[in-house]
Design a protein around this ligand. Structure first.
Ligand SMILES: [Zn+2]
Length: 455
């Protein structure tokens, strides 16, 4: 007797490289059996997946976790993630960690779980700021010792590694970064890096990240290549460089998201320099997301007012070209991530539509990559990259994290002016065998857990 039987669907068999018809039986949160088509053993619940793909749940390589504010412990970004088929997220990116891990774990436990599984990185910028260091300030030995102590605490709490946001805190030198990674090297950390600078400094930024991996022998992930190499037509040479480096050093990797616009706080160091000249654009590339300006493009006056009055407000900047975005998604060396985040209910549509958008726009419509290639990046390869042996494949004994979708209709709904619009073609999402999403509706179940590096 199985808990759940998923009948009529096709699943990606990465060993044969094909979608294959099978009935998939689940028990106690695991994939218990992959049965020949037509076999129908007894199960408590049967899900009809006729005409659908039954895929391992999508693994988001680059996400930003909830910021629980004002005593609220409700999920926002995690719910958007679940509705697009994501079952596991790698969060704590870009150097930013919204909560120390002991606190974050306590909130998740208090909530009785989460809509998705969380894997967390320690945000180096956040730990540095806790010690009172300014964005442009170099670190001294006393404060460095304190930051490294905190970093080790986070690794002991179960962080899978650490992240840097070099563009946000230019005061972090290459040497400081290398010393931080060396200090926790014994944990085999996964290191993700938001680049130092784009445009003319794009290639030097890539070199710096590749060098860190070579010097430390640690996995280094170039975060959201789209926003680094998409702003000044640097993508072809960036992809050539990365492919060559990764061939020599497979510890290096990158992820990317499927939109021509990035998003960040209007008061961050990203906008400190003359960005209009750097990107060859004007103020109107910036779209405001928060009230009372939601949906408005900037003028000089509006930009200066918002930056002065609400520097924490997240904005969208249409600064990249479509060809670069497509090339980064399709390149065999890369993986995929949303870079999704929500601030006070607002955000970039990538938080809600990244995975359906790749499968709809880039796989089905533009044929930039095949369905099997995209699913491999979203599941098996992501799991291997992070180090999740029980996730990312449909095999007996693997975790029953699944997404059932219609390959003919899957597409993103969220837009730059309304992130709440539902995706199309997602039929169901399961985490540990428990249904979290039916259609575009959350069931309210919270089977997601904090996945600790230390087990
Ligand atoms: Zn970033």
């Amino acid at each position: 007797m199985y808990d759940t039987l998923i009948v009529g669907g096709q699943y990606p068999n990465f060993d044969t490289g094909k979608l294959e018809r099978a009935e998939i039986a689940l028990k106690e949160g695991k994939i218990a059996a992959i049965l020949p088509a037509g076999e129908c053993p007894q199960a408590t619940k049967v899900i009809d997946a006729t005409g659908m793909v039954v895929s391992p749940g999508f693994i988001d390589m680059h996400m930003h976790e909830e910021e629980f504010k004002d005593g609220s412990h409700s999920y926002d970004i995690a719910e958007y993630m679940a509705r697009q088929g994501v079952t596991t997220c790698l969060a704590g990116n870009c150097g930013q960690q919204n909560h120390r891990l002991a606190d974050f774990k306590a909130i998740l436990a208090d909530n009785g779980g989460a809509p998705v599984n969380y894997i967390m990185l320690a945000g180096y910028n956040s730990l540095r700021e806790e010690e009172g260091l300014g964005w442009y300030e170099a670190i001294g030995p006393d404060k460095q010792a304190k930051v490294l102590d905190k970093l080790k605490e986070e690794l002991e709490e179960g962080a899978w590694g650490l992240s840097f946001g070099l563009e946000y805190s230019p005061g972090i030198s290459a040497q400081e970064m290398t010393q931080a990674v060396q200090a926790v090297k014994g944990y085999d950390p996964f290191v993700s890096i938001h680049f130092r600078a784009d445009c003319e400094e794009c290639m030097a930024s890539l070199q710096e990240m590749a060098q860190l991996s070579r010097d430390t022998g640690c996995r280094v992930q170039v975060s959201h290549l789209s926003s680094l190499a998409g702003t000044a037509h640097n993508m072809p040479q960036s992809l050539d460089f990365l492919a060559g480096e990764i061939e020599k050093n497979p510890l290096l990797g990158y992820d990317t998201y499927p939109y021509c616009a990035f998003s960040t706080g209007i008061g961050t160091a990203v906008f400190d320099m003359d960005w209009r000249e750097k990107w060859g654009v004007d103020y109107d590339i910036i779209l405001l997301l928060h009230e009372p300006y939601a949906g408005q493009r900037c003028t000089k006056e509006l930009y200066e007012k918002v930056r002065r009055e609400t520097p924490e407000a997240h904005v969208v900047a249409f600064a990249m070209d479509e060809e670069s975005i497509r090339a980064a998604i399709a390149h065999p060396a890369g993986l995929l991530g949303s870079d999704g985040g929500i601030t006070d209910g607002t955000g970039h549509p990538r938080c809600a539509g990244t995975f359906p958008r790749i499968l709809g726009k880039y796989v089905r419509e533009e044929k930039a990559l095949t369905l099997m290639e995209a699913l491999d990046k979203m599941t098996r390869r992501a799991a291997r990259r992070i180090g999740l042996p029980t996730k990312g494949q449909i095999r007996e004994g693997m975790d029953a994290d699944l997404v059932i979708f219609d390959p003919d209709t899957i597409s993103d709904g969220a837009t730059f002016t309304d992130i709440t619009l539902p995706n199309r073609g997602i039929e169901a999402v399961l985490v540990s065998g428990v249904v979290t999403v039916e259609g575009s509706t959350l069931t309210g179940a919270l089977p997601g857990r904090f996945l600790s590096r230390k087990g």
